[in-house]
Ligand binder design. Sequence first.
Ligand code: ME8
Length: 633
Amino acid sequence: MKRFYITTPIYYVNDVPHLGHAYTTVAADVLARYHRAQGEEVFFLTGTDEHGQKAEQAAKKAGEPVQQYVDKHAKVFQDLWPKLNITNTDFIRTTEPRHTTKVQLALQTLKDKGLIYAADYEGWYCVPDERFWTEKDLKEGNCPDCGRKVDQIREKNYFFKMSSYQQRLIEYIKGEPDFIMPPSRRNEVLGFLEKPLGDLCISRPKSRLPWGIGLPFDPDYVAYVWFDALMNYATAVGYGADEKKFAETWPADVQLVGKDILTTHCVYWTTMLMALELPLPKKIFAHGWWTVEGKKMSKSLGNVVAPDVAVEAVGADQFRYFLMREVPFGLDGDFSAAALISRVNVDLANNLGNLVSRVLSMIEKYRDSSVPPHHIDKSFPMLNISTHSRSRYDEFMARLDFSRALEEVIKLCDELNRHIVESEPWSLAKDSSKSQELDNVLRGSVDTISILGMMISPFMPESADKLMRMLGIKVRADLKAGTKISAGEALFPRIDENKAKEIEAMLTPKTGETAAVQAAPAVPLAPQITIDDFMKIDLRTAKVLHAEPVPKSNKLLKLSVDLGFEQRQVVAGIAQHYEPEDIIGKNVVMVANLKPATLMGVESHGMLLAANDGGRLVLCGTWETVQGGIKVK
Ligand code: ME8
């Protein structure tokens, strides 16, 4: 039987694990647990990406031999995952022989097939990104990706004939609507493939970068780190080593990645697989990007959220719940300690936790802690509701829509709370002729609680286990009349104000910069206006289609926005606050009837709304996605 195979990216060892890494890995774990619960055999892979310039430079900076450095840092990831209850089947490190030898096998295979050739390369090279760029790719002479300076180089290298697969890849993506998810990312890849696809430089001269896997056909070269890294998904499951295991596991069913590495996975990896005559993964899902209180996570800002600290602050289940519930999978998210605390208190402590204790204490009080029988002559409203809820939950899980799946959990809690209020078990308990009715309400409620336990278990495994223990059972099917329950302590303790302050201090320590922002005086309110004054301003929703810096300006970005009925060019003074690629696809609000103006020689036909947070500009948009051109009042 084919295993259900799930992968995360393999993380660079030069960075400390943070919220972003935890996000992808928790999502993969939720999926793995969900599929296991369906009786499937799951292979869940994560690991570390240990070659290349980044690792080499980080080791140099730390004054350590590279192997020692990567060993130490891979361990940080390996030690972290159990704290988040991650149930990966395997952990691959790209410096392991099981990987390096099979990367060499893949390279030799492609070379033998005539799909790798040597050529002189002349162009621009970004050292930190380890990427080549053509003259026209550059932005103001710098790397279009990271904005840093690039070096001109001329050297012999080896190239993979990626361009030969362009048409086949386009047709494949068009023929498989669910291959790249969500659809916005699929369109992005198809857009990328509209331009001619070049061949991929898959080597680096050892003289410049020795820390890599040697090319089997040229001792002076190592493999490009992305060729090496992407192969992990195959080498970990037996490519070239264990044919049986490979056949039972490959292709991956779901490959989870962040949107930052969409092209490497959807173009480089897929064409590599085509060239190796291997099937493509069934699905590549590129999720969105987390910021912390509106800012990119960065060491210098001191706002990197460490997953182990989050676990220590609120608990593993609570943190997992927040990550999966807060943002629809695929969209960008913003982390704040306040949002995390609010999710724990509102959804988990007040709603689900209270509901469990409400139902169990009623069974304790009215039925001496024994689960009552069903009386079949009665209808069970909760049974229908929970069956429907469960099937919607399954639909969302199948689409990797984790946030909506959890929304179903909360909705089912609301339904059960309503059912209890409406059926008034406390009144039924006073009337002995209503004993069967009371049994049915209590039984329907405790059954629903057990369904809720099942629904939360991929997300919050410890709490689901605790809940089952409170219900006196191991699996849901064990819940029978006479089963002894125990209400015990709260399933999710509430975070009180003092604890909340402690958590905020642990998770988002204020740096000098943020502290200064908080101390800034409030801007005085402008004089009052009438509603007629306000109505003169035509505010509209708009979607950012394109963004690029305005030449010679370090403040301005030139945007193209979709207003539904037309596209507009708008110049916005936000270049110091947003990278162009961060705002493409965002839904913003703009003043649509402002007279056109010319800024640094570029015409602007409108103005985006942004909050000025002590000098930091934060774009304003709509909470939910709406079409462009909708009036905002
Ligand atoms: O790119 N928000 O490794 P990496 C959401 N080694 N997800 C985030 C995130 C954020 N702010 N930051 C990181 C590499 N991630 C390569 C991958 S795979 C063959 C090689 C997550 O350590 C997200 O999954 O930079 C992203 O794609 C990944 O970490 C990048 O990890």
